[in-house]
Write a protein that binds this ligand. Structure first.
Ligand code: DON
Length: 307
């Protein structure tokens, strides 16, 4: 007998399938060419059950969904004070690629926007880690969250790097304010490799499930980060994870979440489950249109809203 959860997920996918609004990200050519019709949903409970429907095994680049996990690694590696000194935890109300920094210090407003995430990438690993060691720490750390080895999509990474003028501008500003110590181009290259790690909707559900499970991977049983780090990470996801759509998201859907421009979207329900969706067409905030619709429906059907 089929479990009712995959049946429910499959029915939810059918209910959003007709919505073709939005567009794939066009500032990364490799993403603009992605199949816009792919659609998936996956759920990982804190006791390690995975349910999925649609293209749940299709790989796509994690993009900005890497940001909360790298934030968690930086908190674990360097401690809360050292991280907060470089990146604040206030919502910006602006788009993810804006220069949203404090005027006097150049400190990015939060680690979910690009400026904050480029700074965060430079904070993983021990002090003095080389750029290669930081990329390895990110790949190893995100693999621990996913419970399987993740790999960089070199084509996506190259494609983004060849057009990364905005992120290079952000990194130059961060360098001028001494928020990062690296050469700005090296900082952007590392951050771009981070964003190019390939995941499936099921991987993302497990990663979100690890946050929902206080930092212990529900599949492998391995502790990845502490419960205190998870609390800080989920709090920042709740206020900043959906960028300038964060308030609308929190009132409508009501779970800590993070989106990525390849079309992934995660939500974490503390103590219960991680949920992930995948659909590449994006709204004007850079959030997946059908992903937001699916989560809105999950909240209505399952009473997920944390308030
Ligand atoms: O830096 C960038 O612009 C991309 N690598 C990631 C942006 C992103 O995923 C925004 N989220 N929806």
């Amino acid at each position: 007998m089929r479990s009712p959860i995959p049946d429910y997920l499959a029915e939810a996918l059918r209910s959003v399938q007709a919505d073709h609004s939005g567009a794939t990200a066009d500032y990364i050519p490799e993403l603009a060419h992605a199949d816009p019709d792919r659609l998936a949903a996956a759920l990982c409970t804190v006791d390690g059950h995975i349910y999925s429907a649609g293209d749940a095994a299709a790989e796509f680049s994690i993009q900005s969904i890497s940001k909360p996990f790298v934030y968690a690694l930086a908190l674990a590696d360097r401690g809360f004070d050292a991280v907060l000194e470089k990146v604040n935890v206030e919502p910006s109300g602006n788009a993810f690629n804006e220069m949203s920094v404090e005027p006097d210090t150049g400190r990015p407003l939060n680690p979910m926007i690009n400026a904050g995430a480029i700074a965060m990438h430079s904070l993983v690993g021990p002090p003095g880690a080389t750029p290669e060691q930081r990329v390895d720490r990110v790949a190893d750390g995100l693999s621990a969250f996913a419970g399987r080895r993740l790999h960089v999509d070199e084509a996506v990474s190259r494609s983004e790097m060849s057009h990364a003028y905005r992120n290079r501008a952000l990194a130059n500003m961060l360098r001028a304010y001494d928020i990062i110590a690296d050469d700005p181009l090296v900082a952007v290259a590392g951050y771009t490799r981070q964003c190019s790690l390939l995941v499936t909707a099921e991987d993302l559900a497990v990663m979100a499930g690890t946050l929902a499970n206080r930092g212990v991977n529900p599949l492998t049983g391995r502790p990845v980060v502490s419960a205190a780090v998870v609390r800080q990470t989920l709090s920042v996801m709740a206020t900043c994870g959906m960028y300038d759509g964060a308030g609308d998201w929190m009132t409508r859907v009501g779970v800590p979440a993070k989106s990525g421009v390849a079309g992934g979207l995660i939500g974490a329900l503390p103590g219960q489950a991680g949920i992930a969706t995948f659909s590449p067409r994006l709204d004007r905030h850079g959030n997946s249109v059908r992903g937001v619709n699916l989560f809105t429906r999950f909240t209505a059907d399952m009473g997920m809203h944390v308030m």
